[in-house]
Design a protein around this ligand. Sequence first.
Ligand SMILES: [Zn+2]
Length: 1022
Amino acid sequence: MPIISFFFIIFEPMVKSINWKKSIFLVYYFLVICPFIRSQSLPIIQNQANWQQEVDYTIDVKLDVQRGMLLGYEEFVYTNHSPQTLHEIYIHLWPNAYKNNKTALVQQELENKNTNLYFAEKRERAWIDSLKPSINGKSVELIFDEHIDYAKISLPEPLLPGQQMVFASPFRVKIPTKVFSRMGYEDSIFCITQWYPKPAVYDVNGWNPMPYLDQGEFYSEFGRFNVSIEVPKEFVVAATGVLQNKVELNWLNEKTANQKIENPETNAYKKLTFTQDRIHDFAWFASKKFKVAKSKVALPSGKEVETWIYAQKSSKESLETGLSYANEAVEFYSKKVGEYPYAIASVVITPLEAGGGMEYPTITNCQSIDKTTIVHEIGHNWFYGILGSNERNYPWMDESINTYYENRNDNQLAKASKDLNKSKELNLNLNSINSASFLYKWIARKNNDQAGNLNSTAYTDMNYGGIVYAKNPLSFAYLEAYMGTDNFDKMMQAYFQKWKFKHPLPNDFFTHLYSNGKDSLQWFEKELLNGTSKQDIAIKGNQKSLKIYNKGNAKLPMPLCLKNGDSTLETLWFKDNTNLKWTDFKSWESLKDVTKDSINVSIELKNAPLDLYPQNNRLFYARKNKHLEFTPFFNFENNQSKAIFWMPLYAWNTYNRSMLGLTFYNSILPENKNEINFTPLYSFHSNTLNGYLDLKHRFYPNHPRFKNIALGLKMKSYGHNDISENNAAAQYSKFEPYIEAEIKPNNARSNIYQKLTASWALLNNNMLGYHFLNWNSKSMGLVHLNYTYERNVCFYPVKAQIDYQYNTNKGNINKLGLSIEQGIEFEKRKKTIKLRFFGGMSFQQLNNNDMSAQTAYFMAGATTGTNDYLFDESLMGRSETAVQNGNIFSKQIMLNEAAFRANAFLGSSDKWMTALNVTLPLPKIKLPIGLYFDMNYAPLKQTEIATNTTSYHNQLNYVGGVYFSIYKDIFAIYFPVETLCSNELRNYWNLNKQSAFFEKANFVLNLKEINPLKFIRNFTIN
Ligand SMILES: [Zn+2]
């Protein structure tokens, strides 16, 4: 009771003390003013300087297999080629990212809802220690600020331009006992990456230190590496660079020829040295079980590159297949981008948590021998490796450009025909789907997309894939189509030659791009990379004229292809909404003798992958386009026409009994601007037409505060009781137009979700004097406003709602409710304690004789089907009550307002109510069983019918018991325990002769949540 009183003490004055003028200003401020206030930060120079620092390493490292440690000694010579005098240097100590739960890595993993590292034990973690750094022989100190995975060193003497200094330090690295991200020991492979002390890049923008992250890669100085690795003799080591030991090389060569050669079983160690010039990182992988294969590939210049593959479990054939992918990649990128400058390219198959593959100079690690992954990772040598752009800040300069080339290398024809065969079997439109385009549309149609030029850390988990790896590569393909493949390739080759080993920045790319084309190509940067503007082109017209419309907000040159069937004859590009004629195409003449039926124009860049709504992209010369297709069950969206899907449906409720009908729906994935779901159902028992209709139109405002606004209409009609005036089923119908707005979070990675909904529901019923809120009429209108807030974070998720309802017919409902639920996750987030507070106020006390509105009071006991006066829930027996002891649905309760989990009428209040609900899953058992406790406190209303007088008395009700739940909040059974209940509840059970344990039980079945369409549409990767 003290808690409840306390809550009410806070709640009531809060409502009374609202300063409306101030509130309106605050709303105005957050919606209108605040978005324009931008934080000030120093401008970043986006053109690289003409100098590069140089770091030449000599590292000796020993793998201590027993203790899972690296014992190392490192020296690097740092050459200051910059015109500035350096007074400090930043050193990365990335193994420390795994050391404790405060690191940037753990924080990012938690935001992405990955708790593996968070819950890791100390013995599984990693760190770097035993450092005794010196510069030019003078010992120096590591100075840490907020991150433990990099440190600053103040130089004992300033390093003048052109001068060198020598950094030296021993170090010891504890290796993680599994691969949490990129480094670790797993599956008997040591994956040694991001492991040694390494200076940050000093460039035109100054120092670039960065904590280690999983989502977001690296930026490092070029130099020479000379690394000696000591491992037990039975290990095979795959590493960056060229192996210098003849004996070892001979042994590996023998292994490539004869897989059965045994590794020497001895405790003795061997020392292997690898060297490589002009690289910026060094990674190595060691296992006793590596099988080895090698091959070579000749480049156009005649130069030969050796390719190696290391894997534990693969057959000789699959190793050779892997090598053929590696050869293909080295050759493809050398031809398209620029010659591979190194003598060796290796692939190693390892467990990896950071995606399917990871690139290191001259060596690539992949999870499996998969062509796309191997080609992609080897391709990184050109962008991540040789150009060496800052991947953390500008993932598009590496991941996106590389993925664009990887897509180009994928043999499109072979892939399409394979998919086509598959799709014929399943009758799916897979052949028209470009997976990158599909992913982009999925995100962009929901307005969840982000700009293409952001820092890796700014992307949501989903967008890191959907923008960096899907949209941006499509943008480069758009540029290629516009420039022509030859011009594009020449431009990229020149860029590569100009900037290799020089860390180009974004403007270096754009300056180069603009100097190359005759046209202004600025649209590429402005419309495709820098923002989230969207493309939607449409063609309309007839045999005389054509018009090409830009319906989206992206101002891009628009392509139009003249086609004979599916083969393109000519492509013209347009800037704006343009009128033209068929004869404007030069190749029109060549179509004289062609059957006119097959001639069409189409906006088609490999299925218009950036066009959000491609169904209006094609126009036939002599026949009409098929605009709508009826398809049973499900299909992927088709680029040519819109689809309505349908399937037969069976439904049941207590009053209409069995119903048969059809359900029609237009979109599954990706989401559509207009959504329709129509489900007519006929009942042969009540001879009524039932069912529902949902229509929704989404607006995609370019608004700083709203992500999405939708207008919708919900209609439904079902039986709600067995009797009516005419002895037929009592039917209700609901007509509810609504508007909903999803508020855009300040930061796309925010886990906060906020939605505002306003609706007006018109409810009708053919049964006079039933439980509608207007006793003397068969209809009522109800205004419903709702604000939902969710903070979907690990460990302490929050859900809150403010809900206001007003009956426009009679004013007899005028109430406000606030609920806040705090979750506390435990047992590695598998279980959640829930604490829920509710406070409700009614601004209208009711007439004594207005019995009808009773169902809308704040209920001290359970809220059941009869209290669902909004007909919001999907209930199978909404009028069954415990007193009637009808069917099983009399035991069904709803968890809104006070959310009392015992089905009993304990009185109700039209003044105010506060409630507390506690849900406590039992620890240490697998079954979803727990304890619950609910209480509420309110002035309950008592009406003496004889004297027609009303009084209120404050009453506390409570119930406690045991629950069993299946799948989150969708289904749960509650068993109250009598000793934990208030007297009023016990009296109620006695009076209604409900004494057995199971008679008191009740359940929640949240059918509204089991909507597969909603589930699919709302699915996100997290
Ligand atoms: Zn990549």
